[in-house]
Design a protein around this ligand. Structure first.
Ligand code: NAD
Length: 498
């Protein structure tokens, strides 16, 4: 039997976390057994961390972007070297199975690669000026200190999406990780500190601030933080958004999802079944992109449901440390409470739990939930609510219009998918009057995005976009420049004056 605490300590040490950070008042429990792993020191003075990061930013912004990219390249190498250690911490703190924990660390390596390339591609446009001898163009400049607030379920990937891009954009970062997953944060931060020292970059370019909501609030309210990139529940975004707006700061909000897939009569049901089970039961239903609603054509509903129930019955649920486990624990007792409350509400609304919904005794006080499939007579309030647990609600439809209307009739707008072999149906789902989400897939589930695309969603998901494509623009400020080389003063729109 492996000693979880020792395993965490070894991984932290290998990443360079100092012992001093591991004595303090914030208790870290592992969802694997519910026992205390370690305790960490909370940050007393967030303002001091922000002020130091701001001073570092003032130096960093003048460093050429490709040189900034070299720092991120080194960070990616260090993460790669410590891939096992980081994945171990992700498993111990967030409860992910090994392949998903390694996958999350791989995302960090990938985004570092992306950001290194980006450091030579922070392009501004040149526009034709209406005046002869004039040049009209835009320049992208670093923004300042980016405040990153992250959730427990992607304890490291979300940080890296923000940080790798922010650093090449010339910003400094102050990171407030979830109070449930500070160990992974300390490990990442130690690796970045090492890369910063090796690159002779300003030491305070990155700071991690540890604690609960109050620590997040201090970051949110700081006038030295022009951008707050916050990932978490819609409740959190509803509090953070107006506070940052009140001081005219910017936010990048990545909030809750309530993702659905439409399954049409022409779908490959075997492919759909595999995709659905991963998207709905993987990560124990604790991804923002987890599949929570299935909208199935009535002609294939019974067949698909039968396939799903059969697959769910065989799902290996257990300790993520065991090879072969596919479904690990929920993060804590509160998450299990939310799951049982939601199942009770669904039953009251006429829903039938076809499989799952119980708790498995695996190890100590871990909350190992059996992923559930619930057939619903209608899209009731509980179906329209994000419950952060493995519950898949099944609804049926007759026409594609009806399916799309049901699909979009929820407050959230993160990820979506359609399973079909009919190109017209696929195109309709992708069109302006199709899915209203930020991520719209065909013949693939709702979870498991690649870093190359911009990630984020609409409506109560918050509207932010991070990671790939042109998401970098959120981390910079744009200056529009008019340069007059004509030797004459020509006013725009032919205005004459003086
Ligand atoms: P949470 O909202 O409880 O906490 C997220 C983070 O916000 C934590 O670091 C927390 O300390 C901080 N926080 C909470 N209230 C705050 C406040 N008022 N001011 C400043 N900071 C505050 O979320 P969680 O339980 O850790 O994560 C699960 C939620 O996150 C789910 O709703 C999930 O969908 C969402 N999520 C979204 C994405 C996305 O990209 N859209 C990704 C991962 C998770």
């Amino acid at each position: 039997m492996i000693d979880l605490r020792e395993s965490a300590q070894n991984a932290l040490k290998a990443c360079g976390v100092e012992d001093a950070a591991l004595t303090g008042g914030l208790t870290v429990r592992t969802p694997l057994t519910g026992v205390e792993l370690l305790s960490v020191r909370e940050t007393a003075d967030v303002d001091a961390a922000v002020t130091a990061a701001h001073a570092a930013y003032q130096q960093w912004r003048t460093v050429p972007a490709p040189v900034r990219g070299a720092l991120v390249k080194r960070l990616g190498q260090l993460i790669d070297e410590h891939k096992d250690d980081l994945a171990t911490l992700v498993t111990l703190e967030a409860g992910k199975i090994r392949s998903e924990a390694l996958g999350e660390v791989q995302e960090m390596i990938d985004i570092c690669d992306f950001a290194v390339g980006l450091s030579r591609q922070l392009y501004g446009r040149t526009m034709p000026s209406e005046r002869p001898g004039h040049r009209l163009m835009e320049t992208w400049h670093p923004l300042g200190v980016v405040g990153v607030i992250s959730a427990f379920n992607f304890p490291v990937a979300v940080w890296s999406w923000n940080t790798a891009v922010a650093l090449v954009c010339g910003d400094a970062v102050v990171w407030k990780p979830s109070e449930k997953t500070p160990l992974t944060a300390l490990a990442c931060s130690a690796l970045l500190d090492r890369a910063i020292a090796e690159a002779s970059a300003p030491a305070d370019l990155h700071r991690v601030v540890i604690g609960g909501r109050e620590v997040g609030e201090a970051l949110v309210d700081s006038p030295l933080v022009p951008l707050v990139s916050a990932t978490g529940s819609t409740r959190m975004g509803r509090e953070v958004g107006p506070r940052v707006a009140a001081r005219f700061g910017r936010t990048l909000l990545e909030l809750g999802g309530n993702n659905a897939a439409v399954v049409t009569p022409s779908a490959d049901l075997d492919l759909a079944t595999r995709a659905i089970v991963f998207a709905a039961a993987g990560t124990a239903g604790q991804r923002c992109t987890t599949l929570r609603r299935l909208i199935v054509h009535s002609s294939v509903a019974d067949t698909l449901v039968e396939k799903l129930v059969t697959a769910y019955r065989k799902l290996p649920i257990g300790s993520p440390l065991e090879a072969g486990t596919l479904v690990g624990p929920l993060i804590d007792a509160a998450a299990w409470g939310h799951m049982t409350d939601a199942l009770d509400a669904a039953r009251r609304d006429g829903g039938e739990v076809l499989v799952g919904g119980g708790r498995r005794e695996v190890d100590g006080d871990g909350y190992y939930a059996e992923p559930a499939v619930v057939r619903m007579p209608a899209q009731t309030d509980i179906v329209r609510t994000e419950t952060f647990a493995p519950i898949l609600y099944v609804l049926t439809y007759e026409t594609l219009d009806e399916a799309i209307a049901l699909h979009n009739d929820v407050p959230q707008g993160l990820s979506s998918g359609i399973f079909t072999r009919d190109q017209q149906e696929a195109e309709r789902f992708l069109a302006a009057d199709g899915s209203d989400c930020g991520i719209v897939n065909v013949n693939i589930g709702t979870s498991g995005a690649e870093i190359g695309g911009a990630f984020g969603g609409e409506k109560e998901t918050g509207g932010g976009r991070e990671s790939g494509s042109d998401a970098w623009r959120a981390y910079m400020r744009r200056a529009t420049n008019t340069v007059n080389a004509s030797g004459q003063l020509l006013l725009a729109q032919d205005v004459s004056f003086l």
